[in-house]
Write a protein that binds this ligand. Structure first.
Ligand SMILES: Cc1ncc(COP(=O)(O)O)c(C=O)c1O
Length: 409
């Protein structure tokens, strides 16, 4: 605290993982960089020492490691609502592993249905319906209309039966950028005894703190904006302190075993320290690119938080007052051929099936993130073959405008 005022999340993140001078003795210095320990296991003097260590996370890397704990602690702090309880966090090997671990905590006899609100990352419903379906979970979906003026709470409530364990929802949806009314969805979940799981990958805790809006669990793909340099694959699962699942998250994480490696945690922590600044710049670039694309005749529609009508704009003001994110999608007139030509003409912006890099990248949802859906399934969500998703980086906006103008032809 700064004289009673809480520091900005960007300030907290910039200092994440750093030790304090004096920790190793009054005059001892401390590295101005987070420590990295690679040991998979530690050795102990005798059985008594090992017995005591087994109660900690230090003994074996599947249970935890110093570098991973620093990252978990940093992101748990960023996700803690003002004046609220700190969530419990466990880092995982990917965003997908975070969701799978989260659902393993919630599924119970008589509650094996998972409602996925779409649009969302295509791997989310594919994971629930595929590998987790084989383990007994049942997938149900709620599809939001492409330009949604709908009551998200009522739509989700209508899908909730007493066998629903959880509802999975993104606050900024991939790839249509619909802003979902998470507080209304969370209220519907509470009324039905289901957990509300928020995928905050696009929003990050810098733009949206899901626990303050009623989430029971939050997960991130660390692979994206939080790490920010396309050199980490990782995830983070956070469970609200007052959820019963918080008590066995640690035990399940140890047994599940899909944990983050220390080096990935170290890289993610380094990326996290600049994430707030990157998102600020990327969001400003994304907003400017929306204006640019909206004025072009080659573009049928631009998708960005707030552009989906009055309700979307109101929702943005309420839920995303700190910024609307780095992601936008554009519908190119001319379908796949137009998208292919556009991408071929990009000189510096790379075509890559991920997002959140420090440099701008583009992707094609129909062929990549939403490939597992049928063409009809994609069409129902507004994902056509001319849809190009843009993950905006920190480059100069003038350079980006010029390059995209050349690519449009
Ligand atoms: C919104 C969203 N959530 C989750 C994931 C899955 O993350 P990971 O690839 O780290 O498993 C992705 C991946 O693209 C994503 O875009």
């Amino acid at each position: 605290m700064n004289g009673g005022r809480e520091p900005d999340p960007g300030t907290v993140a910039a200092r994440a993982g750093l030790g304090r001078p004096g920790e190793g003795g009054a005059d001892a210095g401390v590295d101005l960089v987070a420590p990295l320990g690679l040991a998979a296991v530690r050795a102990y003097r005798d059985l008594e020492a090992l017995d005591a260590a087994m109660e900690t996370r230090d003994v074996y890397r599947r249970y935890g490691s110093g570098s991973v704990a620093l990252l978990e602690d940093a992101i748990a702090g960023l996700e803690t609502p003002s004046g609220g309880e700190r969530p419990v966090a466990r880092a995982t090997a990917s965003g997908q592993a975070a969701l799978a671990l989260g659902l393993s905590l919630l599924a119970a006899p008589g509650r094996r249905r998972v409602v996925v609100v779409r649009p969302c990352y295509g791997g989310t419903d594919a994971l629930v319906g595929g590998p987790l379906g084989n383990l007994g979970l049942q997938l149900a979906t709620v599809d939001l209309a492409p330009a949604g003026e709908s009551d998200h709470g009522a739509l989700v409530a209508a899908s909730l039966r007493d066998d629903v364990a959880a509802v999975v929802v993104e606050v900024i949806s991939n790839p249509m950028m619909t802003v979902v009314d998470v507080p209304a969805v969370a209220a519907a979940c509470r009324a039905a005894g289901a957990a509300c799981i928020v995928d905050s990958t696009f929003a990050t805790p810098f733009l949206f703190q899901a626990f303050a809006h009623g989430a029971d669990m939050v997960f991130h793909s660390l692979t994206k904006h939080l790490s920010g340099h396309s050199d980490v694959l990782g995830g983070m699962l956070l469970v609200s302190e007052d959820s019963p699942a918080a008590g066995f998250l640690d035990g399940f994480s140890r047994l599940f075993g899909a944990v983050l490696s220390p080096f990935d945690a170290w890289l993610a922590l380094r990326g996290l320290r600049t994430a707030s600044l990157r998102l600020e710049r990327c969001s400003a670039n994304a907003a400017a690119l929306c204006e640019f694309f909206a004025a072009r005749s080659e573009v049928d529609a631009v998708h960005y938080p707030g552009r989906g009508g009055a309700a979307d704009e109101e929702q943005c003001r309420r839920l995303l007052p700190r910024g609307r994110g780095a992601m936008l999608s554009v519908d190119l007139a001319g379908g796949r051929a137009a998208a292919a030509a556009f991408m071929r003409r990009l000189a510096g912006v790379r075509l890559a099936p991920s997002l959140g890099d420090v440099a701008t990248t583009v992707s094609h949802p129909a062929l990549t993130s939403h490939r597992s859906l049928t063409p009809q399934g994609r069409a129902a969500l507004g994902i056509g073959d001319g849809l190009v998703r843009i993950s905006t980086g920190i480059e100069s906006i003038d350079d980006l405008r010029e390059e995209f103008a050349t690519a449009l032809g």
